[in-house]
Design a protein around this ligand. Structure first.
Ligand code: SF4
Length: 349
């Protein structure tokens, strides 16, 4: 017997009907709104996404608006969400939807899946929630629920496990309410079948069917394959001032944070003397150098350990772009890794 079986459908739907979180994208779940919200929600908490989603919808209310938007506009709206390739893919996909489908997302799982940046989970979410198609939407939350329901110790990071889980949910999808069923599973994972050994089984509508619970294994599940170690990189970040202006530069077009603006940085955790020397070699004439609080930022595969300095220059070097603090805040997409070093500017406002 399996925990993921057709018997879970009715209790999950009725639990979902009795009350679920009030999320802005659930009111009027158009294909565009579901798409944008699901991409924003990847790796980001629901509470953090609310504000981003509402600002995005005010500026870019439909696929046509997104396709026609300047890069600076959609990058700025995404600033702080990280994973910037996602917002570039949103724009590429919007252009493709305008060219191929007249600006309407296609009501077809395979066609959705073929668009840039749309994987099986997002395609399943759009197809089921916005178009009512009986397609599963299986992400990490749903994999966790499935592993516990089945008392299954296969690592959920194994692609074969994900494929099998999709097939099993596909076999039990209720054709009259596929979107609500997928959302009930997402809701269960987000509010009740919580990660990190903390499921609230006494509040769960499918506890009576859950094999993980009955075997006393719910808190130990799911199993994940060991993660690769993250590489640590030491960097020295410079908040460079020329008068009231701030010096920024663009990152290379490929690699981490490709094409985004950044505060200039040097490799290594440098002492004040080493910074003086490095800037002197570049011919930058320094008038003031102050230490800033160090900061850390974690990306998927690398961790930046950042030493920071506030630097005043006598002349603006040509290789940097100098902008006002308000322009930096309002017009330039600066990754959140650099934000800790901007806190000294708050005293000036
Ligand atoms: Fe998750 Fe517990 Fe419900 Fe099983 S009984 S699905 S472990 S919350």
């Amino acid at each position: 017997m399996n925990g993921v079986c057709s018997a879970i459908v009715a209790p999950l739907l009725s639990w979902y009907d009795q009350g679920h979180r009030d999320l802005p994208w659930r009111t009027r779940p158009t294909p565009y709104r579901v798409w944008i919200s699901e991409i924003m929600l990847q790796q980001t908490r629901v509470e953090a996404v609310r504000g981003y989603f509402e600002r995005w919808m005010q500026s870019l209310p439909d696929v046509h608006a997104l396709a026609a938007a300047d890069e600076a506009v959609y990058m700025k709206l995404w600033e702080g969400l990280g994973y910037y390739s996602r917002v570039r893919n949103l724009h590429r996909a919007a252009v493709e939807v305008c060219e191929k489908y007249g600006g309407e997302l296609p009501a077809d799982y395979g066609h959705l899946l073929a668009l840039p940046g749309i994987g099986d989970y997002t395609a399943g979410a759009i197809a089921s929630i916005a178009f009512g198609l009986p397609v599963p939407a299986v992400d990490g939350n749903v994999l966790r629920v499935a592993a516990r329901l089945d008392n299954d110790f296969t690592p959920i990071t194994d692609p074969k496990y994900k494929k099998l889980t999709r097939e099993r949910f596909a076999a039990i999808m209720p054709t009259d309410r596929p979107g609500d069923f997928n959302q009930s599973l997402m809701e269960l994972g987000a509010t009740t079948c919580l990660p990190n050994g903390a499921p609230l089984c006494s509040d769960c509508p499918v506890q009576h069917l859950c094999l993980g619970y009955h075997h006393g294994n719910a808190a130990q599940l799911p199993v994940r394959a060991a993660k690769k170690m993250r590489r640590a990189e030491n960097r020295t970040v410079l908040l460079i001032r020329y008068g009231t202006l701030i010096g920024i530069r663009r990152r290379p077009d490929s690699g981490l944070l490709a094409g985004l603006w950044e505060l200039p940085a040097l490799e290594g955790a440098l002492s004040p003397d080493a910074v003086r020397q490095a800037l002197g070699v570049r011919g930058w004439q320094m008038e003031k150098l102050l230490s800033l609080h160090p900061a850390k930022h974690i990306f998927t595969h690398v961790e930046w350990r950042m030493t920071g300095y506030y630097v005043e220059l006598a002349e603006p070097p040509a290789e940097l772009t100098f902008v006002t603090p308000s322009a930096l805040r309002e017009e330039y997409a600066l990754p959140s890794a650099f934000r800790p070093f901007l806190s000294v500017l708050e005293d000036e406002e």
